[in-house]
Design a protein around this ligand. Sequence first.
Ligand code: MG
Length: 374
Amino acid sequence: MSDLAPYAVSDGTSLGRAVAEPRPKARSEFQRDRDRIVHSTAFRRLEYKTQVFVNHEGDLFRTRLTHSIEVAQIARSIARALQLNDDLAEAIALAHDLGHTPFGHAGQDALNECMQAHGGFEHNLQSLRIVDRLEERYGAFDGLNLMFETREGILKHCSPARARGLGELGQRFLDGRQPSLEAQICNLADEIAYNNHDVDDGLRSGLLTLDQLGEVNLFAHHAAAADAEFPQLSDRRRVHETIRRMIDALVTDLLAESSRRIEAATPHTLAEVHTAPALIAFTDTMQAENRALKGFLRDHLYQHYQVLRMTAKAHRIIHDLFNAFVADPRLLPPQYREMAATESVARATADYIAGMTDRYSMKEHRRLFSVGEL
Ligand code: MG
């Protein structure tokens, strides 16, 4: 990190940590945040949490962990090219999915249904709850005591009702202010990462075919470019040569459009970034292509009957676990029984379930529901 733009987040312009700590000796404050995230328990659990494919379906599919690492790679590159704080971008990217339940979005939707009468469940807010409260590692504070801007970046969406309960961190949702450019980068790096790796995993699993993907402009265009350069490639190399071109095109477009917007808005300070419109963006043309790819993945991969079977199973497992613990909180492990005493049984149960890996939740389901399992 060198030569930061004047409107980048820096140690000097940051709002700092909730609990004051001595400055790190050989790192920046945001490097320290990244390091705390990497050493957290929730981060290690990402290895066994579903992105689209359940972990046991195959060893080569993305998990939440490898997804988060890909997001961090893309976010860091973009941040550095725009003279922004790449340590902050990396920290946000590595933490952005910490709050995900087992079984991906299906798990979150099921847990949110269970929590309807108890304030709901949302994975963004849960990521924040993990870094602010649930990690139990330090003597002086709960959670990881991260810098304000790292927490701001983790909380990418929030309803006004919930924002009111979050103090300074929620205020931007009520005032309609933008987060830092580093946080804006992570949002789009997330999209770039999952749209592209889901194409790769979709093809690898056989749920998507190259013929189908030929309908998607972005894919067809870059597959043709790969074919022109390497006419004799095997399918595997051809897919990768196509995907790397797609990622490059998305990142290049994002850099050009964001530079143009930054130049037009000429922010001089971080405060001016907050009040400007979103400055990190694709061009309208690329935005449309990206949306078409996303729509294709929704229709052909996320709604594929084999994926929906997993979704239905996840739904049942989460509902069963939730109902069993709420009906008899004595079944919760001691740490969560303590949480139930200070918050509510429902919230403690949601914390417990959200923290589970895919395989742990299936094991816990067997322990509670199968006669003969211990
Ligand atoms: Mg993500």
